[in-house]
Design a protein around this ligand. Structure first.
Ligand SMILES: [Zn+2]
Ligand SMILES: [Zn+2]
Length: 306
């Protein structure tokens, strides 16, 4: 079962020749979630061979241009390609006001429905849920309302022990009930309880996305222990005061957040264009949290089952 993240953009607000603005694609069990949609996202999707028709859910953290200016282009291309599946957009309610005039202009031809899901910027909320996955939005702190997102597999049922299924000749009709907690009495009248007959399921995998934000402690409890945390690191420590003024974080602060939240791995991005090299970001964050990686365009990060 897949759980992998592809970074399409690692830059921040101002364009550079080597970085795109923020956009991530998370593939969870073949559901493709697009998280933020900076300018050029559709070009990056093409470049890294991610089929646009698979994107049906888009999550926009906040309404600064570097996080959503790619959306109207994506909508228009979806239309040109004749994609008919609904498109769900989870964002600030103002996104509708911003997009509607442009969508209305296309409307005669728009061959799919757009469903807007307004985010709540004051409280944690489950915004998507199906059999295997749920997505939770939670407030962060920036110069305008912003949400982080937690993508989490649902806990699966335990697996049956194959050796005991054949040894005790457990009928198919009894197996689901055992998975759900029942025991089983064999031919000889001997009772076997649920724990004996099953193997615990793997721990659910999760991905937390936090941008743009100052270090925001209340959010830690939402993504505590996450398999992978993406945290913005717009600046390095030399700009810590400026980072606070502009409601961003430094790479060191991202490392501290990852350590305090007990996540397994940290990915940093949203790098300011004022630094000539990216090396300092990684060095700084790794001093606080060694399992840190740098977001790079086109790189895929797989989260394995443990
Ligand atoms: Zn930004
Ligand atoms: Zn911003």
């Amino acid at each position: 079962m897949s759980f992998k993240l592809t970074v399409l953009g690692s830059g921040s607000a101002l364009p550079t020749s080597d970085k795109y603005p923020t956009a991530h694609v998370l593939n969870v069990h073949e559901r493709f979630f697009l998280i933020d949609c900076g300018e050029g996202t559709q070009i990056q999707l093409r470049k890294y061979h991610i089929n646009i028709s698979k994107i049906r859910h888009v999550f926009i953290s906040h309404l600064h241009g570097d996080h959503f200016y790619g959306l109207i282009g994506l909508i228009s291309t979806r239309n040109l390609l004749g994609i008919s599946s609904d498109l769900h957009i989870y964002a600030h309610s103002d996104i509708k006001t911003l997009l509607d005039p442009q969508i209305n202009f296309l409307k005669g031809d728009l061959g799919f429905k757009i469903l807007f899901h307004p985010l709540n910027f004051k409280a944690t909320q489950i915004i998507y849920s199906d059999k295997k996955v749920e997505v939770i939005s939670f407030p962060l702190r920036h110069s305008i309302p912003v949400c982080g997102f937690l993508f989490r597999e649902k806990q699966s049922l335990p697996n049956l022990r194959k050796d005991l299924i054949s040894q005790l000749d457990i009928p198919i009709r009894c197996r689901q009930a055992i998975k759900e907690g029942s025991g089983f009495t064999d031919d000889k009248g001997c009772f076997h309880d649920h724990a004996e007959l099953t193997i615990p399921p793997p721990s659910p995998r999760s991905y937390a996305f936090c941008t743009d934000t100052t270090p925001f402690m209340p959010a830690l409890e939402i993504f505590r222990g996450a398999s992978l945390l993406y945290h913005e690191a717009t600046f390095q420590s030399d700009m810590e005061i400026w980072a606070a003024k502009t409601f961003h974080s430094t790479a060191q602060q991202a490392g501290i957040i990852a350590r305090m939240a007990g996540v397994k791995q940290l990915l940093i991005g949203h790098f300011s264009n004022r630094y000539e090299s990216d090396e300092g970001f990684l060095t700084e964050a790794r001093r606080e949290f060694p399992e840190t990686y740098q977001a790079r365009e086109g790189k895929t990060y797989k989260i394995e089952i443990k």
